[in-house]
Design a protein around this ligand. Structure first.
Ligand code: GCB
Length: 610
């Protein structure tokens, strides 16, 4: 056989332009497989991994993953990699704060680890990643498993047939290059942190694996729970045709029948009768969670689920039939120390700060936050708005962009559809109302509705600042109208805001999804001097005075709880930070506006409760 030589096709791709093609299309690793771990015991792969920025895409271009060190005759070849000798970084973690050289790096980065695994007979093993930014490609023992797009949602790949008992070599290429076709695209107002910023784990299941489970009160039928159960079946013939759903605190269990759909997928879906008068409904005042166990064959999936109904009608929002007002704040996923790779303690601190401020609601902007956040919010009684990064200008006419956005939306919904705290799925933020964008967003709204009828669907829309009207066509498809407005800050005439609201003739309740102003911590002065704490506080006072006087405004989430990094903010005070936080980027120091919001929310809560 002809020996592969340097520059021969297939050995080294340095002379080929589209060397990457085989690793681009197809092989999509999606979040459908194990959107949550289902509380199964997992083997964590978190820890120190070897890392190397891959500035010239050598992992793929020069096929480093093959680890070729000798030729066919066993003679040593030169090689340019040293996976297990490279420096290490923490997984999970963003690479930006792990070494000074990585601080502003955007591009592909290679992660490498070695692990042993004690295989048990008849078990399947999955590699599950909670998120990595943005395009992730995985090789195990030199076998390419596929790629995933989207920086904030989980995905899993079955690795059963490639796994060895010792010395498994796992290579993950995480690439945070900003590209036009991506979601978000190239320009946004937050920091593009790189790396495997959430956990990596192995999950073992029997041949029949419960992929995901949806369980929630029927939005329109009383005394009824709706369930959907999706299976991944390894063997051709499935023996078990029944699954069991048990809700511990109700002392009730149901046997349900699994069927093979036309697409060959095993699933079960239907309704369960319950006595609703015995049910403790989930609410911020009573965040009660039930222990749910679902079993099929030998697989067991566990979850803690709160049951509640969220609806909107006649410009109002109702939780369990009771009219509510959403006292909220926007928040990015970024902590003072771990940046985007927040720890559970840091997430809990965020929720505690929101509660102290008087919030019952948070808008998790502008992308899916860590899966632990919604679990904590379930327990702590904070309602959530969850969003995908369909943000500012995107390639709305590009089918790849559509597929990517849809993929991220589905992965978020499958991951969190049992979280009672999540009351609104948002399909995006501030995109101008063009035909292409309308069709794009409408497809996302339809996708969300098809997957989940137990929540409201929203988006943060723009006001028409020329005509002073709220007329984004997308609003007709939504359950709640999110409106971003920065009167007092970017636009100065509060009269225009009143004009806009006086003429609102829509049927949907409005949530003011953004309003606010910047203030550099500790910079004091007069209320008319931009960037002073006084100026920010005065804008908040005025905004609350106006917004609270319109009864169809049923929620407010000002921008934003904490200052956060954004490279497009470079004046002498900002220094790479968006300073619209009520709290500084240290997550401790509060600005004057904190008290304005706290007082306003206390007053609002008293009013709403009569
Ligand atoms: C917006 C965006 C948000 C920005 C904010 C600002 O409208 O939705 O992501 O960061 O304005 O600070 O200007």
């Amino acid at each position: 056989m002809k020996e592969k030589r340097r520059f021969d096709e297939g050995f080294d791709n340095i002379l080929i332009y589209d060397y990457d093609q085989a690793y681009q299309d197809g092989n999509r690793i999606s979040g459908e497989l194990l959107p949550t771990a289902g509380n199964r015991p997992v083997v964590s792969l978190n820890g120190e991994w070897h890392f190397c920025p891959d500035v010239f895409n050598s992992m793929v271009r020069s096929r480093w993953f093959e680890e070729t060190r000798v030729n066919r005759d066993g003679l040593p070849l030169p090689y340019d990699f040293d996976f297990e000798k490279w420096d290490t970084v923490s997984v999970p973690g963003v690479w930006n704060n792990q070494k000074a050289e990585y601080a502003l790096y955007e591009g592909p980065g290679i992660y490498f680890t070695i692990f042993d695994y004690e295989r048990k007979p008849k078990k399947r093993v999955f590699l599950r990643m909670e998120a990595a930014n943005y395009e992730t490609r995985i090789w195990l023992n030199s076998v390419y498993l596929g790629r995933h797009l989207g920086g904030f949602t989980p995905f899993a790949a079955e690795i059963t047939e490639y796994l060895k008992s010792q010395g498994n070599r796992l290579m993950i290429l995480a690439d945070n290059t900003r590209k036009g076709e991506q979601v978000p695209s190239v320009h946004y107002d937050w920091f593009n942190y790189g790396g495997i910023h959430r956990g990596v784990e192995l999950i073992e299941t029997p041949d029949i694996c419960i992929r995901s489970v949806f369980l929630q009160l029927s939005p329109d039928k009383e005394q009824t729970l709706e369930y959907r159960l999706y299976l991944s079946v390894n063997s051709g013939e499935m023996i078990e045709k029944e699954a069991e759903i048990v809700i511990k605190e109700l002392g009730q269990g149901w046997k349900v029948r699994c069927e093979k759909g036309e697409n060959g997928e095993w699933k079960a879906a239907g309704c369960l009768d319950i006595d609703e008068s015995c049910l403790k409904l989930w609410s911020p005042e009573q965040p009660f969670l039930y222990h749910v166990t679902v079993s099929c064959g030998n697989d067991v999936f566990r979850d803690t689920v709160g049951f509640r109904r969220i609806t909107s009608q006649n410009r109002q929002i109702f939780l369990n039939g009771k009219q509510i007002f959403l006292r909220g704040m926007c928040v990015h996923e970024e902590s003072a120390i771990h940046l985007r790779s927040m720890t559970e303690d840091e997430m809990e601190e965020t929720l505690k700060a929101a509660k102290e401020l008087g919030c019952n609601f948070l808008r998790l902007t502008h992308y899916p936050h860590n899966e632990r956040m919604a679990k904590l919010a379930d327990r702590m009684g904070i309602m959530l708005w969850e969003e995908i990064p369909v943000y500012w200008a995107l390639e709305f006419e590009n089918p790849k962009t559509m597929a990517d956005a849809k993929g991220q939306l589905c992965e978020l919904i499958l991951r969190d559809w049992n979280r009672a705290s999540v009351i609104i799925w948002s399909v995006g933020n501030e995109n101008p109302d063009t035909d292409a964008r309308y069709h794009f967003m409408k497809t996302l709204v339809d996708t969300a509705r098809e997957l989940d009828q137990s929540r409201l669907i929203g988006a943060a829309c723009l006001i028409d600042v020329e005509t002073h009207r709220i007329k984004d066509r997308l609003l007709s498809c939504l359950d709640v109208a999110g409106i971003n407005e920065y009167y007092g800050w970017y636009l100065k005439d509060y009269g225009e805001l009143r004009d806009i609201l006086d003429h609102y003739d829509g049927e949907k309740p409005i949530i003011v999804t953004e309003t606010g102003a910047e203030a550099a911590l500790g910079i004091r002065g007069s209320a008319t001097q931009v960037y002073t704490e006084e100026c920010q506080a005065a804008i908040y006072e005025k905004q609350f005075e106006i917004l609270f006087s319109y009864p169809f405004i049923r929620g407010i989430t000002p921008w934003i709880l904490y200052d956060y990094a954004s490279m497009r903010r470079a004046n002498v005070l900002q220094k790479g930070y968006n300073l619209k936080g009520l709290i500084g980027s240290d997550h401790r120091s509060r600005k004057l506006a904190w008290n304005v919001v706290k007082r306003a929310y206390e007053r609002k809560e008293r009013e709403e409760n009569g």
